[in-house]
Every structure is written in C-alpha cells, then in structure tokens.
Design a protein around this ligand. Structure first.
Ligand SMILES: C[S@@+](CC[C@H](N)C(=O)[O-])C[C@H]1O[C@@H](n2cnc3c(N)ncnc32)[C@H](O)[C@@H]1O
Length: 473
C-alpha cells in the first residue's frame, strides 16, 4: 500500500536495427507507468467512490485468478475501509460477480478495445452493475451518483486517471442507449446467463431438461440458513427465541431454519453459546445419513471448516478424527468445535495417504471431497469465473484416489458417505458408480444429485450424496 505518486519505468533504447530488420514503429525509448493497484487515493471514507474502488480492486483480482473472499480482504486493506464501507464494497463486488457476463458484454459493445489496466474494466463493470438492474429492480444507488462517483475514482487513481473521460462517456452512453445495448448484449448466452460459455454448455449437456432453472438458481441471493444444535435446544424453542428478537424464520429441514433476513453471525441469537451454526439445508443432510451411534469411531476425511464434523458430534458421542490437507482451514474446525463445546482429533494430512492412520478401522467415514463447487455458486458467485473446463476431471481423479484410500480404513459393514457440492456428473454420479464397481460396495439409499433450489419450503445448494456399505466378506 502506498500514497506515492506514480513512478515511471524507462526502458533503454533498443540496439540499432540492422538493414534487414523491419523498422521499429516506436520512439527511441518507451515510457510505461508502473501500475499501482495498491495506491490509496484521497477519497472520503463514507463515499460511494471509495466503495467502488474497493469493489473494482476485488473484481480485478478475481479476474486475475484470486478467490473473492481473499480478494476482498486485500481490497479492504487497500482502501482502509471502515466496517460500513466494507459491507458496501462486499455487496457491490458480489453483485458484480453475479452480473459479470452481462456487464463485460456491454462493455465490449461500448469500447473498441479492452480497457487497461484490468482495474479500469472492473471499475466500469461495478458501476454498470449498479446502474443496470435487471428486470426493472430498483437501483441500489441513484444512477447519476454512480456515474459521478465512478469518474471520481478514475480521476483520483494514477492507473485510471487517463480514462476518466472514457468512464464518464461509457456510463452515460449506457444510460442513453440502454434498451438497444441490452437487446444486442442479451443475444449472447454469457450475458443472458452470467456464466462462462463452457459452463452453460456443460449444464445443457448434463441437464438438458432443466439447465435454465439450475443456472437461474445459481444466480439467486442465497438465504441465511442455520442448523439448530439439538443437543442444546429444539427447533421450536429456537424459532421462538428468534421471534423474541424480532427475527422471522422458517423451518426448512429437520434442524434447518432459514432466516427471513440475512445478518452477521455476531447478531444471531445464541450463536456464541452454540445454539445454532450457519449451514445450508442441503449440507445438513450429511450427518444424519451416516446414522452415527454413541461410541462409534468416525473419520471426517475432508473436514474443514467443520460444518459436518460439528453436526456429527451434535448427533452422538463419537471418537471423531477430523482430517484436512489445509492446516489453516483446519484451525477453523478447532474454532467451531470450541464454540459448540465439542471435541475431535484434528490432523492436517492428505486423505489419499495413510501416513496419519493408526491402522484401526472406522465405523463411519465422511468423504466430503474437494470438487469444483459448481453446486454452491449462489453463495460463491466468483467460482464460475475462476474454474476452467478441465477442472472437474482433474478433481475427480484426486477424489477417486481419496475414496480408494479411505475404503481400506472402513470396517466390514461400516458406511462411507461420499459427498460433493458439484453439479458435474464426472465428479459425482459417474464417480460413485465407478467406485461401487471397483470395490464391490453396496449402495444404500441416499439423495444422489440434489439440484440447487430456492422455493418457500425447499431451499438448498446443489450437492451430491452416495452412501456405501462395505460387505462383510
Ligand atoms: C468441500 S470442503 C469440506 C467442507 C466440510 N466437510 C464442511 O462441511 O465444513 C473440502 C475440504 O477438502 C480439503 N482438501 C482438499 N484436498 C484434500 C486432500 N487431498 N486431503 C484432505 N483434504 C483435502 C480442503 O482443504 C477443504 O477444506
């Protein structure tokens, strides 16, 4: 982070061209400004301009390959944003992710070449998202304020000051020619659906009858769903507690309660005391499927951040090992266990290896394997822009190794639950079918592929469940 004015890097003149070489078209030296994405302009701390800058910084990082939550942390640092501004930055960045196909297509129609540097394109996409609300929805900010504040951002930043006129012209052109521009843009599937073309093609191939509903569900705002800790309270009593705090809620699963309005965890009644945890209603199906009983030896093989680990321990007194390859993420399992007053043995190892195993078999194994996370895009709208077409196959190869390794650790008649939060069959049903054949495993009743949905009574992410039993002989 720096407040310094821009610096210039001067490349030395190229050696004299010999007669045969084509003539150089540039001057004898090249002057290129050194980009300063971390530059902190002097913007008012409570201004929309500061929030647009933060969001643009985060969106540009995602376009460079960073995950949005990490990108936002960097953007908060770059802007020195106060908590309220952080909320607005996050909101603008998430909205922009959900509408990026549309905004980038519009930008392509209004510019002759990609705006440089990438943060300029991201600033324009963030501003377009705020003034181009689909289906006649009320814009979150007054549109001309957005234009004015986007121009303020560009003028105040050394990487974008050259383009302040362009920012103004593009945004005003959109407001003038909105109908025509949208008509042309929305002919492109990427603009219509806000997913990369390969993702749209993959959804069509896997779900020819309902791919549109699946893509639309991934663009919806996710609800805040809680898992009530049945060790400490009941769903009815907890809903009453919420009502007493003026919060409306609906039961949408055996222990799942959806809040009418999302809020920060600090404001969730009884959260610190462990009465409830944040967990999608679909993810809450995992622990009950494993049918755990007191005293069982259980392995949660890809455990972090520990949502399913904690749910298992809420259902029975278990000797549970929580394994994850990422020690940092494993720390979050520890934090969640502590808040809920539960305990487990935590091990940071890869589940496709056995070095961490003491040779004693488990009664139950949960294998919530790494996957493309294509079923949870409504919560993580950046995922669609980060994944590549070949990722599903690559991750399926790793998870096959994990499943094969874990099978030897399961006792005869024991159960292994294979879970993914993917929509792609090669990671889910095809994987489960091949696994059953390889190991002559019995498949027990389980939901299979759950598609993402958001109705009054059913509201969950896209997940896949296959339950296997090991034959005794
Ligand atoms: C889908 S998440 C698990 C979510 C978790 N079960 C829950 O409900 O909170 C997958 C986890 O697998 C971990 N992981 C990735 N590769 C792994 C490997 N080779 N061995 C073990 N864990 C791995 C990731 O760090 C990640 O935490």
């Amino acid at each position: 982070m720096t407040n310094k004015r821009p610096t210039l890097s001067i490349k030395p003149a190229a050696p004299k061209a010999d007669k045969a070489a084509p003539p150089r078209m540039r001057a004898s030296f090249e002057v290129k400004p050194v980009l300063q994405p971390g530059y902190r302009p002097d913007l008012k701390p409570d201004s929309l301009a500061l929030c647009l800058l933060g969001a643009a910084n985060a969106v540009a990082q995602v376009r460079g390959g960073a995950a949005l939550p990490q990108a936002l942390l960097t953007a908060f640092g770059v802007t020195a944003a106060a908590p309220q501004a952080r909320g607005a930055i996050q909101d603008i960045a998430y909205r922009t992710m959900r509408q990026l196909g549309r905004s980038e297509t519009l930008l392509g129609l209004m510019t002759s070449k990609a705006p440089e540097p990438p943060m300029l394109a991201s600033l324009l996409c963030c501003a377009l998202t705020l003034i181009d609300t689909p289906d006649g929805a009320e814009p979150p900010y007054e549109v001309f304020t957005v234009v004015d504040q986007a121009v303020t951002v560009a003028s105040s930043h050394p990487d974008m000051a050259h383009a302040k006129g362009m920012v103004n012209a593009v945004l005003r052109r959109f407001l003038r020619e909105r109908e025509e521009l949208l008509k042309t843009a929305l002919m492109q599937p990427v603009a219509q659906w806000n997913y990369p073309q390969w993702w749209i093609d993959a959804a069509k191939a896997a779900y020819p009858g309902n791919w549109q509903a699946i893509l639309a569900a991934g663009n919806a705002q996710p609800p805040l769903t809680l898992r009530v800790n049945v060790r400490k309270t009941t769903v009815e009593a907890y809903i009453q507690l919420l009502a007493g705090a003026g919060m409306g809620a609906t039961q949408i699963g055996p222990s799942a309660v959806r809040l009418d309005k999302a809020l920060g965890v600090a404001l969730i009644p009884g959260f610190d005391e462990g009465l409830a945890s944040v967990q999608d209603a679909g993810a809450q199906l995992a622990a009950p499927l494993l049918d755990v009983q007191d005293g069982m030896r259980v392995l949660d093989a890809c455990a972090a951040p520990g949502g399913k680990t904690c749910h298992l321990l809420e259902l029975a007194q278990l000797d549970l090992t929580a394994l994850d390859s990422d020690p940092k993420r494993l720390e979050r399992v520890g934090e969640n266990l502590e808040r809920l007053g539960l305990s487990a043995t935590l091990k940071a190892f890869e589940a496709q290896t056995s070095v961490w195993w003491d040779g004693q078999q488990f009664d139950r194994i949960l294998a919530d394997v790494p996957c493309t996370a294509s079923g949870i895009v409504r919560r993580h709208p950046d995922i669609r822009w980060l994944r590549r077409k070949g990722d599903a196959l690559q991750l399926a190869t790793l998870s096959a190794k994990i499943l094969d390794n874990l099978w030897q650790m399961l006792r005869p008649n024991g159960k292994l639950l294979f879970v993914t939060c993917s929509l792609w069959p090669q990671e889910s049903e095809a994987q489960a079918a091949a696994f059953a054949v390889r190991h002559n495993a019995t498949r027990l009743a389980a939901p299979g592929q759950l598609l993402p949905t958001g109705t009054a009574v059913q509201d969950h992410d896209g997940l896949f469940y296959a339950l296997f039993q090991k034959n005794a002989t």
